[in-house]
Write a protein that binds this ligand. Structure first.
Ligand code: 5GP
Ligand code: MN
Length: 341
């Protein structure tokens, strides 16, 4: 049986598709510290827009991750947000496309650059307090934003290229934690079946994402593991990556991808946390839930957001104060959960 776009999202898919095809010059963006879903979705959509005669440019609030550069068909499609060229492109574009987030603060400095443009939002997060307006394809049942980009291209019958297929595969592979999380739905496997059928090689993709880590990632992990804590009573586990070590090894946010899965994987853990300091001495927290705890609510209490089982937030430092504050909130969330059981 051939693939069919899920019926509940078909109308939005076509609305967004029409808006995209009507654009002559579009600026694509995603959230701060793009992950595989943000980067893969942008790469696939840019390739498809270009194939349809739309000049597509990728302008992100933080630099495009090196490890996902291979997904971009032409490297010069990516333009640094701080450059004069980025501003020129935004000024002359007729559309902004926001992928894998739908919230104003998550696109950082790009918000101000695209403010004058009509926006299209393609996202799978629950809608937040500061939603970006415009035509949108938002579906929390999508495993990844890449699944939604797939449906847009599918509804146009491609034509598919390897860059589109690989971008979508990487988006789903990374956002489902390698097809392990509860968003690894039948729907996402259907999409993956399509792209693999067309030639994506899962072994090559795995190698690119999980099998080619820089040594600095493990230097950092080595240290972070010495900070690993598990609060047995409350079912809260965490790890801390201090700024000095981060800088010492020349790490970037990409190097920390998946670290939070370690505290999360400890037996008896309801909430797993990773703390790291940002360049401005704020503290970035990753929240993960193993079951019933709603870490989206927890992250929101700190002005963050994300999914029910995977969320993030940035709080002001110093880290010595931020950690106990967040741990208290996490313990309280678990306690509340246990009381309501
Ligand atoms: P991670 O912990 O891997 O950075 O992010 C997990 C999830 O939370 C992702 O879906 C991401 O988009 C979301 N997220 C991470 N950091 C933030 C943040 O600072 N604010 C909001 N609203 N969402 C975040
Ligand atoms: Mn995503």
């Amino acid at each position: 049986m051939s693939y069919r776009t899920p019926s509940h999202r078909a109308t939005a898919v076509n609305q967004v598709r029409n808006a995209l095809l009507a654009s002559r010059k579009a600026v694509l963006t995603t959230h701060l510290n793009a992950d595989g879903d943000g980067a893969g979705s942008e790469a696939a959509l840019a390739a498809w827009l270009r194939a349809n005669g739309t000049e597509a440019w990728i302008i992100n609030p933080t630099s495009f991750p090196d490890s996902f550069r291979f997904l971009i068909e032409h490297q010069d499609w990516v333009v640094p947000a701080g450059s004069a060229r980025a501003r020129e492109l935004c000024d002359s574009a007729d559309l902004a496309v926001v992928l894998d987030t739908g919230e104003v603060p998550r696109i950082g400095r790009v918000q101000e650059m695209i403010r004058h443009l009509p926006a299209v939002v393609i996202d799978h997060h629950p809608i937040g307090d500061r939603a970006i307006g415009g035509i949108s394809l938002r579906d929390v049942t999508a495993s990844a934003t890449g699944e939604l980009v797939h449906d847009i291209i599918h509804e146009s019958k491609g034509p598919w290229t390897s860059h589109m297929d690989e971008g979508i595969y990487i988006a789903i592979l990374t956002d489902t934690g390698g097809f392990r999380f509860d968003n690894a739905t039948a729907g996402c496997h259907r999409v993956v079946s399509e792209v693999v059928e067309r030639g994506v090689d899962p072994e090559v993709m795995y190698e690119r994402v999980f099998g080619s880590s820089r040594i600095r990632r493990y230097r950092l992990l080595q240290f972070a593991l010495t900070t690993l804590e598990h609060d047995e009573e409350y079912g809260v586990s965490w790890m801390i990556v201090p700024r000095e070590r981060y800088e010492e090894v020349g790490a970037s946010a990409e190097d920390l991808e998946g670290f939070v899965d370690i505290p999360r994987s400890i037996e008896g853990t309801e909430v797993g946390l990773l703390f790291r300091m940002t360049a401005s001495d704020d503290v970035k927290i990753s929240f993960r839930s193993n079951g019933k705890a709603d870490v989206n609510a927890l992250a929101r209490a700190f002005k963050g957001g994300g999914h029910v089982k995977a969320s993030g937030a940035v709080v002001t430092g110093p880290i010595e104060e931020a950690v106990p504050r967040v741990l208290d909130a996490a313990r309280e969330a678990v306690q509340k959960l246990r009381r309501t059981k």
